[in-house]
Design a protein around this ligand. Structure first.
Ligand code: SF4
Ligand code: SF4
Length: 449
């Protein structure tokens, strides 16, 4: 793509970086076919190519106009376009630059207030718990709130679970050791929203890792990865969150060997794998952040590399695996979760349009509820077409988005792997327990024949 930046403009490091990224786009349009918003709306300005033009215009003219903000805000950052693009356009970092610029120059006071609130509440487990309680009490007034035009408020109430999660976070030992000499030593990022909404996911992860002979540390000081603030274009807060985690993991390093940093929410994994880029210009952190990113693995990647223990049960459960965009496109981890589920004995079904986002996308389902709702309906229709017993996915955002409206339970992939190798049945699957049988009963059956 031809750009028209002046010499002075190119002295600005942000514009120089954007210029290099913009120039890689050859306008071929391959990305449009896999872009969820273009598929839904058919508007070029809601396609990756159209957004790249808008970003070029914004930086060239130095003005953030309402139409530019509107179409960039509609982007899910699902990164499906990066998987498709044959020219290697770094859309992820390009749209990040655009979001930061829009946040600085293109927000109305009302938008600023809403986004400030989200950035303060969601990453803080304490504040998030209080917000959930208020949200739960306000649920009956959702229609009124919607009628008053408070669409983010109404969308947030729709996502509040019908049963409030536990009032307190589960207590984790700082280090969980396996029986015998550990085969690996890892730090586990517990995260923020997931640990409040579904603490059972990290509990399953810890059990599974311990069973595989892995020592699991939860270093004090680690907290939200910064992905939520990042989605909101709040650069300083994102960097602050990244620095805090780099410091926490650096202390873990000083205490001994660390083979990997594991994430159980793929949105967090994509963020942490990008810490090296995020802090590249920070001399005090760049090197360590790059090392932390290099060490980061989604938990399914790690277990796949380690080798899954044989399952202790056999099952006829049909699993619709939903690949979270942050895992499939953001981290290019596509095969491992599917392969592990098959190794664990589940029947994994191919869902049509599996590459299309479910509409969760960080804070997207709060800020763009109409489009997010359409994407959820489309996803659930595709899932229903393969008649599964349940949906498995690797991101808390997708779980929350899909379980509202899904006819079948939605669980984290790691809960299924834990169950198959000796862990308890995940709560949402209690009714499906009779479809799982101890492996000895299969052997007895084979012997009888
Ligand atoms: S990130 Fe997703 S929504 Fe945004 S332009 Fe790319 S494919 Fe479209
Ligand atoms: S596929 Fe890549 S090169 Fe082609 S229009 Fe999209 S972003 Fe540009």
């Amino acid at each position: 793509m031809h750009t028209n930046f002046s010499h002075e403009q190119l002295q600005d490091p942000t514009i120089a970086r954007a210029d290099a990224m913009l120039k890689r786009c050859v306008h071929c349009g391959f990305c449009t076919a896999t872009c969820p918003t273009y598929v839904l709306l058919g508007d070029e300005r809601d396609s990756p190519r159209g957004r790249i033009y808008l970003i070029k215009e914004m930086f060239e003219q130095g003005a953030v106009t309402p139409p530019i903000t509107h179409h960039i805000d509609r982007c899910l950052s699902c990164l499906s376009c990066m998987t498709t693009c044959p020219s290697g356009v770094d859309y992820m970092h390009l749209v990040d630059l655009a979001r930061v610029r829009i946040e600085q120059k293109g927000r109305s006071p009302g938008q600023r207030a809403t986004r400030w609130l989200l950035a303060k509440v969601l990453p803080s487990p304490g504040r998030f718990r209080i917000a959930l309680l208020f949200g739960w009490l306000a649920r009956p007034f959702r229609g009124l709130i919607s009628a008053l035009g408070m669409k983010t408020g109404a969308a947030a109430l729709a996502l509040v679970p019908s049963r409030l999660p536990p009032r307190r976070a589960p207590k984790h030992e700082p280090v969980v050791r396996p029986a015998g000499e550990p085969v690996k030593r890892v730090a586990l990022l517990l995260g923020c929203v997931q640990e409040v909404l579904q603490p059972s996911i990290n509990q399953a992860a810890i059990r599974l890792l311990k069973r595989h002979g892995v020592e699991v540390m939860m270093p004090s000081g680690e907290a939200c990865c910064g992905a939520l603030q990042h989605h909101l274009g709040r650069e300083n807060e994102t960097q602050k969150a990244a620095r805090r985690n780099v410091d926490a993991w650096s202390s873990a390093f000083r205490e001994g060997r660390l083979d990997a940093i594991l994430t159980t929410a793929s949105g967090c994994g994509t963020m942490v794998k990008d810490y090296g880029h995020l802090l590249a210009r920070d001399r005090g952190y760049a090197e360590r952040a790059t090392e932390m990113s290099r060490l980061t693995r989604d938990i399914t990647e790690f277990i796949y590399e380690l080798g899954l223990l044989p399952p202790l049960a056999w099952t006829s459960l049909r699993v619709a695996y939903h690949p979270a965009c942050s895992l499939e496109h953001g981290q290019q981890v596509g095969n491992e979760p599917r392969a592990l589920l098959i190794q664990a004995g589940y029947t994994v079904l191919d869902v049509p349009e599996s590459h299309i986002c479910c509409g969760s996308a960080g804070t997207y389902n709060l800020l763009q509820p109409e489009l997010a709702g359409q994407l959820r309906e489309r996803k659930l229709k595709n899932v229903a077409s393969v008649r599964p017993d349940l949906i498995a996915t690797g991101n808390i955002g997708c779980i929350t988005q899909l379980e509202r409206g899904s006819a079948v339970p939605v669980v984290h992939t790691i809960e299924l792997l834990d169950w198959a190798t000796g862990g308890p049945c995940p709560k949402p699957l209690e009714k499906l327990k009779d479809k799982v049988h101890p492996i000895e009963s299969l052997m007895q059956l084979a012997g009888a024949r």
